[in-house]
Design a protein. Structure first.
Ligand SMILES: Cc1cc2nc3c(=O)[nH]c(=O)nc-3n(C[C@H](O)[C@H](O)[C@H](O)COP(=O)(O)OP(=O)(O)OC[C@H]3O[C@@H](n4cnc5c(N)ncnc54)[C@H](O)[C@@H]3O)c2cc1C
Length: 367
């Protein structure tokens, strides 16, 4: 799909329902169907498995355009892509042939289940257990705030076994797996979040992805790098939309006998949104190129891009609300939704504070 066709798709099928999705905390079935029919779930999956085999720059365009309309839709895509990519990179041939055609076609959606009540930023604290039993593993524990959890047909679940943390594919339904809807939060209100309880959920010995004790070091690290890149592109889209809304209003609204855009302080706010957009564009172009080239500096570039893009989205949406004034605070204003969604971007896929630590470490600045 060309970028122009993608924009047209988003305008026709994602944008119109974004406000109601946020207000009601429900992802619209029609949007989901349209995304499936357009093949959006398979963009980062190889053609061999029925996907489109797009570069991360192309997948980034998808995140950017969808993120400009509806961050919840972008988040569902990101969680799905992260899990599909982990299966493609770290799964066995059987995992790939079983799941990737389903995920590429959107017949099953995927979710990434890492976080727990006591293991948020500190993923080493994972308490979900993988007990070795005849023929496989029994998984027991709780997972929190799983994007797309209410829709997923398969979860990538991280659990602690005898040797360390492993990653397992858990299909849904599964005996012992309970999926409970999370009440809509500050932002990403239609991202169908769920909490999971696993009560001795049996998975076969071949359900593990990657080597023993490779759950965090390899599988999660791989998925999170892609996730950070896609969240950053989504933030860029959100900043694009803020610039569009703020500019439109600043030209239309007259105060003190002049359009708002003629007031220097408003120009300053608009200029800072432009800087947010253009700095994200530059960082993301570099990060996506490095990511696709498997450049050793790729993960630092992705960390920097995600850290910066989340802050840029907050700045852009903050300034957009400021420029729209009371209209920007109204329930039906898109910019107040962007403002709430942007705040979430500073928490997910590594909070701003955690990313700063990782950036310092990867840049070789730690003692
Ligand atoms: C809308 C939404 C969707 C989500 N989707 C998913 C999902 O699909 N899958 C999933 O597994 N999880 C998901 N999460 C969970 C998310 O990954 C966690 O919220 C995130 O990792 C932070 O963990 P926490 O909320 O427990 O915060 P905490 O880790 O308790 O952190 C709280 C604060 O303390 C700071 N902090 C923590 N540790 C340090 C440190 N060492 N140094 C400095 N500051 C620190 C943090 O930066 C943050 O500001 C989602 C969360 C939200 C809100």
């Amino acid at each position: 799909m060309t970028d122009q066709a993608l924009r047209a798709f988003v305008q026709a099928h994602v944008q119109p329902s974004a406000h109601a999705a946020d207000r009601d905390g429900v992802f619209p079935a029609a949007t989901l169907t349209a995304m499936t029919n357009a093949g959006l779930w398979g963009w980062n999956i190889d053609r061999r498995w029925g996907g489109q085999g797009c570069t991360s720059a192309d997948c980034g365009s998808l995140s950017r355009r969808v993120g400009a309309a509806c961050s919840s839709a972008r988040a569902l895509l990101t969680a799905h892509q992260m899990t599909a990519s982990a299966i493609e990179r770290w799964g066995s041939e059987r995992h790939r042939s079983q799941w990737l055609p389903e995920l590429a076609a959107g017949r099953a959606l995927a979710a990434f289940a890492l976080t727990e009540a006591n293991a948020g930023s500190d993923v080493q604290a994972i308490e979900t257990r993988a007990e070795a039993v005849p023929g496989g593993f029994a998984l027991s524990g709780e997972k929190r705030w799983i994007t797309g959890g209410g829709l997923a047909g398969v979860f990538l679940v991280f659990a602690r076994g005898a040797a360390g943390v492993d990653a397992f594919l858990v299909p849904r339904p599964a005996p012992g797996l309970e999926v409970r809807a999370v009440a809509p939060m500050l932002g990403l209100r239609a991202a169908v979040l769920a909490d999971l309880t696993l009560d001795r959920v049996f998975v076969g010995a071949d359900a593990r992805l990657g080597p023993s004790d490779g759950g965090l070091r390899f599988v999660a690290a791989h998925a999170l790098e892609l996730g950070r890149l896609m969240v950053a592109f989504g933030c860029l889209g959100l900043a694009d939309a803020c610039l569009r809304e703020a500019t439109r209003h600043a030209h239309a609204r007259v105060q003190g006998g002049r359009p708002l855009a003629a007031h220097q302080l408003v120009q300053g706010l608009l200029a800072e949104i432009v800087v947010a957009v253009q700095s994200c564009e530059a960082l993301l172009a570099s990060a996506a190129t490095r990511y696709d080239a498997h450049d050793p500096q790729s993960s630092l570039a992705v960390l920097v891009a995600k850290y910066h893009a989340a802050e840029a989205a907050v700045t852009a949406s903050h300034h957009a609300v400021q420029i729209l004034g009371a209209r920007g605070c109204a329930d039906d204003s898109a910019v107040q939704r962007f403002y709430r969604d942007a705040k979430i971007m500073e928490i997910i896929e590594g909070s701003t504070e955690v990313l700063k630590g990782l950036i310092a470490a990867q840049a070789g600045l730690m003692p």
